[in-house]
Design a protein around this ligand. Structure first.
Ligand SMILES: [Zn+2]
Length: 130
């Protein structure tokens, strides 16, 4: 049976069937939500921060298309910020050509970054333009 592991522990959560969620923080004092999770609240400094999941669909806040990249990377590619219910997340887009724009809806999807020595898939995330 194929197993999935998060590419970044404490940042990405791999769910049943390889679906993905991001791990954000919610301040127990002021309620501020942020990503990635931190050990204290960036708004009020409280140290009690609870975990919550970010996923589903978001709205493109801004983006840029890169035409220069390190060796082995395909160009062009698109990166940017997406708002998920008020929490801004940085990432890379897929299926973006001629479709990506500010205000567009995207979906947080799992993305295979590689395979471990045991054959488990390492899962990261991308924003898929709808
Ligand atoms: Zn706070």
């Amino acid at each position: 049976m194929k197993k999935y592991r998060p590419f970044m522990k404490g940042v990405i959560k791999v769910k049943d069937g390889g679906k993905v969620a991001l791990i954000g923080g919610r301040c127990s004092r002021c309620g501020k939500r942020f990503f990635p999770r931190r050990v204290y609240c960036p708004a009020c400094g409280a140290e009690k921060v609870n975990e919550f999941e970010i996923g589903g669909t978001g709205i493109v806040y801004t983006y840029t298309v890169c035409h220069v990249a390190p060796p082995d990377a395909e160009v062009p590619y698109a990166i940017g910020y997406v708002d998920f219910d008020g929490v801004r997340v940085f990432g890379k887009f897929v299926n973006w050509q001629e479709r990506l724009d500010i205000g567009k809806e995207v979906e947080l999807i799992p993305w295979k970054e590689g395979v471990t020595e045991e054959g488990d898939e390492l899962i990261s995330y991308r924003f898929e333009v709808k």
